[in-house]
Structure formats: structure tokens, C-alpha cells
Design a protein around this ligand. Structure first.
Ligand SMILES: Cc1cc2nc3c(=O)[nH]c(=O)nc-3n(C[C@H](O)[C@H](O)[C@H](O)COP(=O)(O)OP(=O)(O)OC[C@H]3O[C@@H](n4cnc5c(N)ncnc54)[C@H](O)[C@@H]3O)c2cc1C
Length: 421
């Protein structure tokens, strides 16, 4: 008899699982709460061209499985040259100093991390380091904002040393996908049975099968793969019956979810250095509008995107659109002068307020243990399976980790053979 599997969530992990199962002859139905596919990868055309508002990079081109997918699909990529970026701030002399020592500082930072207790927070573990390098508080916060919080999306007061050291190091540089992640999503979802606008409320997993209740319908199956983001699982939704085992619940409670947001500004013309991929800004509020990327390089359009991470991202989410754009423009005017043009259009992400993500991606913080990712990934009996970025230990918090987790969950199901009824 053909096996019936329900997949909850049409993000990259759910689609990867569904596709592999479908290719192996399993009858798959994907239940997705949103009115679109892709979850935390979302290529928006709101500004008249495809822009990735969630995941945009393929991190680690040499050990990123999605790079193989992109190649198979013949997608064009733009390798990101992080290189030397101009640091703007209050004092040119200070900026130059920070620029010169940044590589040395980064090496010292990670060397120190390797020798500290993994449960210490980054803030605790790095005490004394700014003094050792003669950095002002603002310079130190700039480094933390740009190098640490913008990557891990967690606040250095909560992010632990374990977070810095977990997972496999990306190798071979990074690239964005011309035309956006949507192309991978469309490929993965082709010919799948996906029910949009179908939030799952209850997942019943019993010895003889599963029953999934949505707002309007019930779906029965042999097994279910749950790819709901960690932040939503933390709210206790959907309900699991019987409740999740202690190990799963401990992992859900213990792992943390960070925030990274983007503010896209489209201008009538380029007024910044058109050749430089990034510039950064020293700001008295750590991480707030500190990293700016020049999208003219990859799109040919006069576009900038500013990143806000961790606490700064949380604070900025509560600003109105006008306040957000005004703050971004004030920073740009300080750097480039008061005569720069106003943006013709903008797009602001608020992944924390988005009810179906409630955050950007997971990290290890106070009370987290790296083993929790493994616990969360474990099947419960032979009916309930988990995937999603937070369940992947080698590449957590990434699109390729999510993808691999989906393949893992599908393989677990396939290796079980046909479900006994
Ligand atoms: C701003 C930002 C930038 C990022 N940048 C990068 C990057 O450059 N490179 C990179 O590799 N990664 C990046 N990431 C991380 C990457 O996007 C995620 O790790 C990955 O997309 C997560 O995929 P997933 O399938 O685990 O979860 P999701 O994509 O969140 O999929 C889960 C799905 O479940 C659905 N869902 C939730 N609740 C329910 C419910 N009750 N019923 C039914 N469906 C439900 C959601 O709507 C969603 O579609 C970024 C993320 C963000 C937010």
C-alpha cells in the first residue's frame, strides 16, 4: 500500500522532505500556514526586481549542498567579496585604526573563544579584549554588531561561546543567487501537493497513524514531518497529542531564536561608492543600521540594504515605516551629505512580528546545549518526524542546513519501510 505522509510547513526543509518522499513513490501532502511557499526564504518583487528578504546567501560554496542544486538548475550566482569595507563613524582617525586591526581582532576573538567555557556568554568570555586592543566602547560595539550579531542574530549578552564554535565551517566563500532563492523553492515544490493557507492546530500521533487538524479540515496519514520554526514551537503551537517527550520539549525551551532584519532602499541614483560591496557605520546603539550592502553591484539598480540584528533588530521592528526610513536616511546623510536623494521606494522586513516565523533563525544562548539540536531532530516513535534549520547540528540557522534536515527526515521515513497499520 502506498504510504501517506503529511509535511507541515512549505519552507525549504519541508519542501526538501516532501520532494524526496514523493520521488520515492510516497503520497505526500504539504500543509502550509502562509499564502506562499518558501517560509524564511522569500524573494519579493515589491521594489520591481527580485530581492531576497529572508535568506539570500549560499554560505560556503564548497560545502553547501544548495550550491549543487543551483548548478543543476543553471542559476547564476554573484560571489560576495566581503573584502575591506569602509567604516564610517564619528572620527576618521579612529575608523582607520579599527579598519587596520579588524583582522587581528577577529583572530584573537575566535582564539579566545576556543579556550573558554562553552557555556559562558560572548560578552563574559571577551571581557578585557577591547582594552587589549585599545578600542573605545563604540568601536567594540561596532565589531560585535558587524562580525558577531549580524551573523548569529543573537545578543552577545545571551549568545554563548558554544554558538561561535558549533557546526561545520562554511568553505569556499559566499554568493547570492541572481533572481533569488525563489528559483530553488519553485524547483523543490514543482508538482507537489501543497495546501496553502492551512495552519495546523493539532498533531495527533498514535501507534496506527497520524491525524492533523487544521482550521478547516483534518488530514490523516501514516506519518507526519513537522518543520514548524522553533520560535513557534516555543509558543506551544500546534498542540501535540500525546505531548512531546521531555527531550524534545527541553530542546524547544533551551534553544534560542535570534532576529535579523533588512531595510531595502531604492534611490534614483547611486551616491555611494558603486564599486564597494559593503560599508559599515559606527553607531552608539550596537548593531543598529551598522552594516550596509551595495546591491547596485549585483542588480545594476541604485539599491542599498541595511541590516539590523539581535536587540537592535527587535527595537527597530517597533518603529513605523516612516521612522525606520527616516533613521536610515539620517545615517546616510551624515555620511554622504544632506543633498543625497530621498528613496523612491523601500521594503522593511519584520521577521519577528511575522506570525509564521516569529524570529529569524536559531542560536545557542544561555541554557542551550548543542546536543539539543540532535534531540529535536529525533523521531518520536515511528510516526512523528522533525526537520527545520534548528534541528541541524552541522549547518544550523541556514537554508542548506534546513534543506539537509528535510532530506534526513525523509530518509528516516524511507528507511522504516512501509508503515504497519
Ligand atoms: C533575514 C534572514 C536572513 C537569512 N539569511 C540567510 C542566508 O543568507 N543564508 C542562509 O543559508 N540562511 C539564511 N537565513 C536562514 C534561512 O532562511 C532559514 O534557516 C531557512 O530558510 C529555514 O527553513 P525551514 O524550512 O527550517 O523553516 P521555514 O522556512 O520557516 O519553514 C517553515 C514553514 O512552516 C510554516 N508554518 C509555521 N507554523 C505553521 C503551522 N502551524 N501550520 C502550517 N505551517 C506552519 C511557515 O509558514 C513556514 O513556511 C536567513 C533567515 C532570515 C530570516
Amino acid at each position: 500500500m502506498v504510504e501517506r505522509v503529511l509535511v507541515v510547513g512549505a519552507g525549504i526543509s519541508g519542501l526538501a522532505a516532501a520532494r524526496l518522499l514523493r520521488d520515492q513513490g510516497v503520497h505526500v501532502t504539504v500543509l502550509e500556514a502562509r499564502d506562499r511557499l518558501g517560509g524564511r526564504t522569500y524573494t519579493s518583487n515589491a521594489l520591481g526586481l527580485p530581492l531576497d528578504t529572508g535568506a539570500s546567501w549560499l554560505h560556503g560554496l564548497k560545502n553547501n549542498v544548495l550550491m549543487n542544486v543551483a548548478q543543476e538548475l543553471g542559476l547564476s550566482i554573484d560571489v560576495t567579496e566581503f573584502g575591506d569595507t569602509t567604516i564610517y563613524g564619528s572620527d576618521r582617525e579612529e575608523d582607520r585604526l579599527l579598519d587596520e586591526i579588524e583582522d587581528e581582532l577577529e583572530t584573537a576573538f575566535f582564539e579566545r573563544a576556543e579556550n573558554r567555557d562553552s557555556e559562558e556568554t560572548v560578552a563574559q568570555a571577551m571581557q578585557g579584549l577591547p582594552e587589549q586592543f585599545g578600542l573605545s566602547e563604540q568601536q567594540w560595539h561596532h565589531f560585535l554588531g558587524v562580525t558577531i550579531e549580524a551573523d548569529w542574530a543573537g545578543d552577545v549578552d545571551d549568545l554563548t561561546v558554544a554558538a561561535l564554535l558549533e557546526g561545520e565551517e562554511p568553505k569556499g566563500g559566499d554568493a547570492t543567487i541572481r533572481g533569488g532563492y525563489v528559483q530553488i523553492i519553485e524547483h523543490l515544490s514543482a508538482e507537489l501537493d501543497v495546501r496553502l493557507n492551512t495552519p495546523v492546530l493539532l498533531i495527533e500521533h498514535r501507534s496506527d497513524g497520524v491525524l492533523v487538524t487544521t482550521k478547516s479540515e483534518q488530514f490523516s496519514g501514516d506519518r507526519v514531518v513537522v518543520t514548524i520554526p522553533l520560535s513557534i514551537l516555543k509558543t506551544g503551537k500546534p498542540t501535540f497529542s500525546p505531548p512531546l517527550p521531555d527531550d524534545h520539549q527541553t530542546a524547544i525551551d533551551g534553544l534560542r531564536v535570534g532576529l535579523l532584519n533588512k531595510v531595502f532602499l531604492k534611490f534614483p541614483k547611486v551616491f555611494w561608492d558603486a564599486e564597494e560591496a559593503f560599508f559599515t557605520v559606527q553607531n552608539s546603539q550596537r548593531g543598529r543600521f551598522v552594516t550596509w550592502m551595495n546591491l547596485y553591484l549585483t542588480t545594476g539598480e541604485p539599491l542599498l540594504v541595511a541590516f539590523n540584528a539581535a536587540r537592535a533588530a527587535q527595537d527597530v521592528e517597533y518603529l513605523s515605516d516612516t521612522e525606520t526610513v527616516d533613521e536610515a536616511m539620517n545615517i546616510l546623510r551624515e555620511i554622504f551629505g544632506s543633498n543625497i536623494p530621498v528613496p523612491m521606494s523601500y521594503q522593511i522586513t519584520r521577521w519577528g512580528k511575522d506570525p509564521w516565523s516569529q524570529g529569524s533563525y536559531s542560536y545557542l544562548g544561555k541554557g542551550s546545549d548543542p546536543k539539543m539540536r540532535g534531540s529535536l531532530s529525533k523521531p518520536v516513535g515511528s510516526r512523528l518526524f522533525f526537520a527545520g534549520e534548528a534541528t541541524h547540528s552541522e549547518f544550523p540557522a541556514s537554508a542548506h542546513g534546513a534543506y539537509l534536515s528535510g532530506l534526513r527526515a525523509a530518509s528516516e521515513i524511507l528507511s522504516m519501510g512501509s508503515a504497519e497499520k
